[in-house]
Design a protein around this ligand. Structure first.
Ligand code: NAP
Length: 526
């Protein structure tokens, strides 16, 4: 079956045989996708001219109510989505939940947050600015929803959440969405869009999808569009420098890969609550979604005196994790999403082994998945490495192996830990396990500018933290430098990307008139 694309409010099938999507456990061919021969320029025009105005005729509160209805619909079809996740991503129920329930949770969060903006249709930014000796001439800043299309080019690892965490703030802002999911896992995104379209929840042109290569998509961008890309740093560079993107100066948000760290404090000796919490979190991050999360822990920093004990504790827990077909009883970790991803992970492990010792796993030949044929399945064994070279190493700081792979790195003192964390050259997240306030007071501000989020866990928080890799809709997601330099979520802050600031200079009566139907932009950061 070839999946249909939804463009210009009609279902359209791409030409040719298309690309096939596979079950990464059994190798079974599932569906195919093609974007060949489709008029993407016309689809973007239709969304700008039809979907955008219809959405912007609604207030923020009304658009928030739409998000609530989408969340309810997706909730009612959750079982279908878990089934597609199992078949196309090899995802266990809990791995699929991170994606599907994460999407629904994020939509609900924005539906709730929208109420604060009420009946407004645009935002007033700050107080009037005096521009003359009397009040007769003033300036007023506004934030207006952009009138183009929010174009999402997404990664393969979160086909559900990846769409809705971006679409929620875009719809709430009044922008129509066109999504291009990553080809290997496009099925789940396509099914969700199909369900929302068939339920008639959104105006025509508000939501479009193209599955498959769609390599000419960016040729058609216009100055009012927004491009939000999630994927590898290499592709991100191509997006950012695409001639049409550059020519139209459109706003571009990049969420790219990242070599995130987890840092054990000098106070966290074996047996301490912080030590145990870090062991648990590292194992969770390595194995949830088989490590296919942009936020997963890749580098594990620990004081030189503790690093071996930490490695042993992590390896002991990894040894209890059963890896194989998620349909089998007791299996805790599934495969990567494709043979191509498996090959890339094996190449990454081989590169890291040039400067690391293997503490656990690391040898594909010595590994047998439960209830699966290694010849067709895309499994990668959980692999824990140790890099004695610390800051002087290269590959371990530069290579994101997108799988269940992490490397222990010893540090000598706080300055060394800071330098190693910063050597990631910009990460989405770092987590720190310590109750030493002097250490935290030095470390956290010293790495803050190169991280989007820092999770600090101590014994008093215990298991109540939201997790190193979990992205909360109310907190910022995105990181500087290598991580792409983007910003997503953070509650209503996310609406800023889909609005444009402008200032009107005129008489106070005009400014008051233009302020009708506006909400205070300060609410975005309240
Ligand atoms: P990718 O190979 O860079 O692909 C990402 C997307 O770009 C896919 O939809 C791909 O389409 C599309 N694409 C590639 N070249 C294109 C072009 N010339 N024109 C239009 N679209 C193009 O990344 P991936 O392998 O899917 O995802 C894994 C990476 O994403 C990892 O490095 C991970 O760290 C990163 N990631 C980051 C975040 C974050 O929030 N920071 C979240 C998830 C993943 P096709 O599939 O059709 O090639």
């Amino acid at each position: 079956m070839k999946l249909a694309n939804y463009l210009s409010a009609s279902w359209q099938t791409g030409a040719g045989e298309g690309q096939t999507l596979f079950d990464p456990v059994t190798g079974e061919a599932l569906v195919s996708v093609s974007a060949d021969g489709l008029d993407l320029g016309a689809a973007l025009d239709f969304a700008r001219q039809t979907g955008g105005p219809a959405l912007r005729a609604l207030s923020y509160a009304e658009r928030g109510a739409l998000l609530g209805k989408i969340a309810e619909l997706l909730q009612s079809k959750r079982a279908d989505y878990l089934d597609i996740s199992l078949r196309n991503l090899g995802a266990s129920e809990s791995d699929a939940s991170a994606d599907v329930d994460g999407a629904i949770f994020t939509l609900k969060s924005y539906a709730r947050a929208a109420r604060a903006l009420g009946d407004a249709r645009h935002l007033k930014d700050g107080a009037p600015v005096p521009l003359a000796k009397t009040d007769i001439f003033q300036g007023q800043h506004f934030l207006l929803p952009q009138t183009g299309v929010a174009i999402f080019i997404n990664a393969f690892n979160f086909p559900a959440w990846g769409l809705w965490e971006k679409a929620a703030p875009a719809f709430l802002s009044g922008m129509p969405v066109l999504v291009k999911p990553a080809t290997p896992t496009a099925w789940l995104t396509q099914r969700m869009v199909e369900d929302v379209v068939n339920a008639g929840l959104l105006p025509d042109g508000a939501l479009s999808i193209v599955c498959g290569g769609a390599r000419d998509l960016l040729d058609h961008v216009a100055e009012t569009d927004v491009l939000s890309f999630t994927g590898s740093a290499d592709t991100a560079r191509r997006m950012r420098t695409h001639p049409s993107v550059v020519a139209a100066s459109i706003r571009v948000n990049i969420e790219a890969d990242s070599v995130n760290s987890a840092i054990l404090g000098p106070d966290a000796a074996p047996g301490s609550a912080e030590f145990d919490l870090m062991v648990k979190e590292v194992v969770r991050e390595m194995t949830v979604k088989a490590g296919q999360k942009c936020t997963a822990i890749r580098r594990i920093l620990a004081p030189a005196a503790t690093v071996r004990a930490l490695g042993e504790a992590i390896a002991a827990k990894l040894s209890k994790i059963s890896v194989g077909n998620p349909r089998s009883e007791g299996v805790r970790m599934g495969p990567l999403v494709s043979k191509a991803q498996q090959a890339a992970a094996f190449a990454g492990i081989a590169a890291l082994k040039e400067e690391c010792d293997v503490i656990f796993g690391g040898d594909p030949a010595a590994f047998t998945p439960v209830d699966a044929d290694p010849a067709v399945a895309a499994f990668v064994p959980p692999t824990l490495l140790y890099c004695a070279a610390g800051l002087a190493a290269k590959k371990v700081h530069d290579t994101e192996v997108f799988g269940p792979v992490a490397t222990l790195i010893p540090y000598t003192d706080t300055m060394d830990a800071i330098a190693i964390a910063r050597r990631g050259k910009g990460s989405l997240v770092a987590s720190v396990y310590s109750a030493d306030s002097a250490f935290l007071g030095e470390l956290v501000p010293a790495i803050g500018d190169l991280h989007g989020r820092i999770l600090v866990v101590n014994g008093s928080i215990g298991n109540q933290h939201t997790g190193h890799g979990n992205v909360m809709p109310t907190c910022l997601h995105g990181g500087p430098g290598r991580a792409g330099g983007g910003e997503e979520l953070g509650g209503l802050r996310a609406l800023l990307m889909y609005h444009r600031r402008f200032v009107v200079q005129g008489d106070p009566a005009l400014l008051a008139q233009l302020s009708t139907n506006s909400a205070d932009a300060a609410l975005l950061t309240a």
